[in-house]
Design a binder for this molecule. Structure first.
Ligand code: F6R
Length: 242
């Protein structure tokens, strides 16, 4: 596990972009696993700029997002599909049909989960998986206690996650309580993983990943077992690492 320490969110986003661009240039048909949330927004802004500057192209890129809220359609501004379109896909040259986000309003959600796994397999697996981390150590929406060998499934969100997500919704009642998420087993099959973390509310989780033991109580601790993990984290997120 390689840990890159940066000063703050801005530097984390710049470094992550540098790292990503380097990887993209090495691959002919990259398959990327992407995340939503506040953490990758700065990285996405930089990637858009690199595209506009003519430095990179997404024409041969396929993407698979980690998760989607159940009950929110892609045209709902709080859905992760909407987020991805707005924050990245609509601003680069990626083909919309090469961008995959689980469908949170599928009539058969179980089938949606197995289909999603199959789509990833058909694409040849994920080359680079980008991850944020929940303050409770979740990755994707695999909450504490999620099985390390889990595949894409429906997850009941932890109260801490519901509380953290509430900032984006008008009322607590509107905050989704379930999501479709890639499982930890699916995530860990990615060939390479980049985890980003910024802010003191991530410090316990990051200390657990770096110094703590492997435990399903801290889903992100699985990263200890992956041979190619890079963590780019700021001083606040690394504050509790020994
Ligand atoms: C998002 C995701 C989540 C977030 C995590 C951190 O697709 O899978 O695991 O990465 O909840 O969220 P932020 O970045 O908003 O702190």
């Amino acid at each position: 596990m390689q840990v890159i320490k940066v000063k703050d969110y801005a530097e984390m986003s710049e470094k992550a972009c540098e790292w990503f661009v380097g990887k993209l240039k090495e691959m002919e048909t990259p398959v990327l696993g992407l995340a939503t949330g506040s953490t990758p927004e700065g990285l996405y802004d930089h990637l858009i700029q690199k595209y506009k500057d003519g430095e990179i192209s997404f024409q041969d890129v396929k993407t698979f997002n980690l998760d989607e809220y159940i009950g929110l359609a892609g045209d709902n501004p709080n859905s992760y599909r909407y987020f991805m379109n707005e924050k990245l896909f609509n601003n680069i040259d990626i083909k919309q049909e090469n961008t995959f986000v689980p469908n949170g309003v599928a009539t058969d959600l179980e089938k949606e989960c197995t289909d999603y796994e199959q789509l990833i397999k058909d694409a040849g697996g994920i080359d680079i998986q980008l991850l944020g981390i929940g303050s409770n150590g979740h990755i994707g929406f695999n909450e504490p206690g999620a099985k390390f060998d889990g595949r894409t499934h429906i997850e009941n969100l932890a109260q801490a996650t519901i509380d953290a997500n509430a900032r984006f919704f008008d009322s607590m009642d509107d905050v989704p309580k379930q999501a479709v998420t890639m499982g930890i087993g699916s995530i860990i099959e990615s060939k390479e993983i980049l985890l980003l973390a910024s802010g003191e509310n991530k410090a316990d989780a990051i200390a657990g990943v770096i110094d703590g033991e492997l435990t399903e109580a801290l889903p992100a601790s699985i990263l200890k077992q992956h041979p190619r993990v890079t963590i780019i984290a700021d001083e606040a997120a690394l504050a509790k690492v020994k």
